[in-house]
Design a protein around this ligand. Structure first.
Ligand SMILES: [Mg+2]
Length: 269
C-alpha cells in the first residue's frame, strides 16, 4: 500500500485524534520540526513550533517525545523545553519526565566510537565539505556539502575505517540523507525505542489507551513506521512518499506545524 496525503483523509483522522483517550506524539527533529540546513547547528526549530510543542505537552492526555539521530545532549540544547521526552542517537539514549534509558551495548562501544571519530577526521581532512560529528554513542560523517566528484573519496574513506570493525561486528553501518553513520552492533532503532516506550505506557495506563502518532522524514524513521504499523498513525514528511512505509504524507515542516496546531485545537479538553 502506498502512502496518501494526510489532508486527503483528514475527516476520518480528525475523528480518531479527537476520540483517542491519549495521544503519544513522536516527532523527528531535523526535516520534520526544523527545516534542514547545511550544518546541524543551523537547523533551528521555529519559535512558533517550539511554543506549540510546549502547549501540546501541557495538554492533559497528550504526551510528546522528540526522536532524533542527534546526541541526546545536542537535541535537548536545540529545543530546550522541559516536560518533553527526548530520544537521542536513534533510540540508544532517552531522558524524559519519569523515564530514562541508555543502551548497554552502545555504552560499551563508546571508546571505539571515539577512536573511529579521530581516525575518520584525519582521513576526511583533505576532502572539502566532509566532516565528522562525534555523537558519543554513534558517529556521523556528513557529506551534504561535498562536491559531486569527491563523493567516491568520502565513501572510500568511510568504509576504509569502518569495514574492519564491521567485519568483526564491533560496529554497524547505516546511510541516510547525505550521511554515513557508525552505530554500535546492536539491533536497536527508532522503532525499537518507540515500542519500548509504548510498552511502558501500556503497563501504566492499560492497553488501547494510547494512539501513537509518528512523524519523520528520514530513512531511520522507516523503522518506526514499520514498528507501529496500522496501530499507529504514521506520517512521512517530505519527498520520500514513493517508497515510505508510513500511511500518510505531509509535504514539509510547514505542514507539520499546521498538523500540530490542529491537534492542539482538537485536544482542547
Ligand atoms: Mg529527520
Amino acid at each position: 500500500m502506498s502512502a496518501v496525503s494526510l489532508w486527503s483523509r483528514w475527516a476520518s483522522l480528525e475523528k480518531r485524534l479527537r476520540k483517542a483517550p491519549r495521544l503519544a506524539l513522536f516527532l523527528d527533529y531535523d526535516g520534520t520540526l526544523a527545516p534542514l540546513a547545511d550544518h546541524p547547528s543551523q537547523a533551528k526549530i521555529p519559535a512558533e513550533v517550539k511554543r506549540l510543542l510546549a502547549r501540546l505537552s501541557r495538554r492533559p492526555g497528550v504526551w510528546v517525545a522528540l526522536v532524533s539521530g542527534r546526541a541526546l545532549r545536542d537535541l535537548k540544547a536545540m529545543v530546550g523545553l522541559k516536560n518533553l521526552c527526548y530520544v537521542g542517537n536513534h533510540g540508544l539514549e532517552l531522558q524524559g519526565p519519569k523515564l530514562s534509558y541508555l543502551n548497554p551495548a552502545a555504552e560499551a562501544a563508546r571508546p571505539l566510537m571515539k577512536r573511529l571519530a579521530r581516525e575518520l577526521r584525519e582521513a576526511l581532512a583533505p576532502i572539502r565539505g566532509a566532516w565528522v560529528e562525534d555523537k558519543g554513542l554513534t558517529l556521523t560523517v556528513h557529506h551534504r556539502l561535498v562536491r559531486p566528484e569527491d563523493g567516491v573519496a568520502v565513501k572510500n574513506a568511510f568504509y576504509g575505517a569502518a569495514a574492519p570493525h564491521q567485519k568483526k561486528v564491533e560496529v554497524r553501518v547505516t546511510a541516510g540523507q547525505s550521511v554515513f553513520e557508525l552505530r554500535p552492533p546492536v539491533r536497536w532503532t527508532k522503532g525499537t525505542i518507540v515500542r519500548w516506550i509504548l510498552a511502558r505506557q501500556a503497563a501504566l495506563l492499560g492497553e488501547g489507551q494510547v494512539l501513537p502518532i509518528y512523524l519523520g522524514d528520514d530513512l531511520t524513521d522507516e523503522d518506526a513506521f514499520q514498528a507501529l504499523g496500522p496501530e499507529g498513525l504514521t506520517v512521512a514528511v517530505g519527498e520520500s512518499a514513493a517508497w515510505t512505509q508510513a500511511q500518510y504524507t505531509l509535504r514539509d515542516t510547514a505542514s507539520v506545524k499546521r498538523l500540530l496546531e490542529k491537534i492542539l485545537d482538537l485536544r482542547r479538553g
